[in-house]
Structures are given as structure tokens and as C-alpha cells.
Design a protein around this ligand. Structure first.
Ligand code: ADP
Ligand code: ADP
Length: 229
């Protein structure tokens, strides 16, 4: 489950300036597609359209063959997990922030989500145990720590589709590597759309789409794109 298809999607925010032009691609179930390209190329717009922050008027977006305009907001939210660039956490405990929307989650599920998001790993660097960690206030966390909380929350929610907005550029390189590893483990087995800021972070993507000014100008694997240069 979780096949994504964009058919000839053209989009404008203001009805005047075209932002996406004839965008066509698919992500087979369980595959990872990465969107790369300069800032302003339209990468985030693609993810916003999939989540229906905006509706397309020209072209069609489907999930498992169903037009997203015919899917209820509830099913769309259940089907798609987003790990955003700048995670905004609630001013509550980390446990609350991870559990959000899954009040029924068991302790074992919580621990597994924390482990996959590598929260366990970074807790070891702190003079705090897991217990006090989950009791800390979300607002005090660093950018990388917030990312991990967002990843753990997404794992716990268990959606078949993931949108990853890789904002690892603001992180130091050690944190970036750790977050990257956590993101890779979450993406495994899910249909994943990655907004990538560096080609080197998406070596594992099945397909890389290069966007420029709202068009897909190149598509291929990491190796084939490098060869074409
Ligand atoms: P990318 O993710 O590749 O950096 P975006 O999809 O965020 O690009 O933006 C593509 C273009 O759409 C940019 O020119 C941006 O200024 C414009 N844009 C983004 N969001 C909006 C909006 N809400 N209203 C109007 N224009 C927008
Ligand atoms: P409460 O009213 O529930 O105590 P607060 O909003 O006062 O919650 O914040 C709780 C703790 O988080 C306080 O120690 C505060 O200094 C800290 N804090 C609040 N906002 C931030 C922030 N943006 N960055 C870092 N620490 C913050």
C-alpha cells in the first residue's frame, strides 16, 4: 500500500505565477523518491500538494489509485507521516510529544520508537536516564533532538507513506549523520518522498528527481545522475 502518483500536475499559488509545470512521477509502494534542486524549485510544494495543504486544479495526484481530493483529511493524515524541517513541539513532556495522537501506545511501542529514532543513543550522552529525558520539556531541546522526537512520533504513528524534509544542513555533521541514520531506518519499508538538500544524503533513493523552476529536468539513480555529468 502507499503508491503515489503525480500525473501532469501544474500548480500556481496565486493563479498567475506557475510553480509546478507538468510534474509526472510515481513512487511504487515501499520505494524512496528524492526531490532535489535549487531553493524555490518547487520541492516543498510537491509535498504540500500530496498532503492537500493545497489542491491541484490541473493534473491529478493519487494514492493507491485514489484521487487525493476524494480521500478524507482523516485518512490522509493517517496514511502520511511528515518529518518536517523545523519541528515545533508542544510545551509538554517529550513523552507527550512522541505519544501525540497515539495515547494508546504501549511502553514497548514507545521504547521501540525511541530506539529507532536513536533517542536512546543520545540520552546516553546526557547525564539523564530515559525516564527524566521523557519528562523534559520539548521547548528546551536542540534542533537535532527535536528532529528525533519528530521521527519517534512518526514511527509510533506507523504511516505507510513518509514525507521527509531533510533539514540536516542546519545541524552539525555528527548530529546530521545520526539523524540521517534514524531517517533511513524509518524509511525502510515505507513509500517515501524525501526533499533532499544534498545529493550525498540520498544515495539510497530508488529514484532521484531533479527539479528546476517547477519542472522535472532530470531523473535517475544517484549513479546514473553522476555519470550524466
Ligand atoms: P523548494 O522547496 O524547492 O525550495 P517551494 O516549493 O518552497 O520550493 O517554492 C516554490 C516557489 O513557490 C517559490 O518561488 C516560492 O517563493 C513559492 N511559494 C512557496 N510557498 C508559497 C505560498 N504559500 N504562496 C505563494 N508562493 C509560494
Ligand atoms: P511552564 O509555564 O509550564 O513552566 P514555560 O513556558 O514557563 O512552561 O517553560 C518551561 C521551561 O522551559 C522553563 O524553564 C523555560 O525557561 C523553558 N523554556 C521555555 N521556552 C523556551 C525556549 N524557547 N527555549 C528554551 N527554553 C525554554
Amino acid at each position: 500500500a502507499g503508491a503515489i502518483r503525480f500525473d501532469n500536475v501544474t500548480f500556481s499559488y496565486d493563479g498567475v505565477r506557475p510553480i509546478l509545470r507538468g510534474v509526472d512521477f510515481e513512487v511504487p509502494p515501499g520505494h524512496m523518491v528524492a526531490l532535489v534542486g535549487p531553493s524555490g524549485a518547487g520541492k516543498s510544494t510537491i509535498s504540500r500538494l500530496l498532503y492537500r495543504f493545497y489542491d491541484v486544479k490541473t493534473g491529478r495526484i493519487t494514492i493507491d489509485g485514489q484521487d487525493v481530493r476524494d480521500v478524507t483529511q482523516e485518512s490522509l493524515r493517517a496514511a502520511i507521516g511528515i518529518v518536517p524541517q523545523d519541528t515545533v513541539l508542544f510545551n509538554d513532556t517529550i513523552e507527550y510529544n512522541i505519544r501525540y495522537g497515539r495515547v494508546d501506545a504501549t511502553d514497548a511501542e514507545m521504547r521501540e520508537a525511541a530506539r529507532m529514532a536513536q533517542i536512546d543513543g543520545f540520552i546516553k550522552q546526557l547525564p539523564l536516564g530515559y525516564k527524566s529525558m521523557v519528562g523534559e520539556r520539548g521547548l528546551k531541546l536542540s534542533g537535532g533532538e527535536k528532529q528525533r522526537v519528530a521521527i519517534a512520533r512518526t514511527i509510533l504513528k506507523g504511516p505507510p507513506i513518509l514525507i521527509l524534509d531533510e533539514a540536516t544542513s542546519a545541524l552539525d555533521s555528527f548530529t546530521e549523520k545520526e539523524i540521517q541514520a534514524a531517517l533511513d531506518s524509518v524509511a525502510k519499508g515505507r513509500t517515501t518522498l524525501v526533499i533532499a538538500h544534498r545529493l550525498s544524503t540520498v544515495i539510497g533513493a530508488d529514484t532521484i528527481l531533479v527539479l528546476d523552476k517547477g519542472r522535472i529536468v532530470e531523473r535517475g539513480t544517484h549513479a546514473s545522475l553522476l555519470e550524466a555529468r
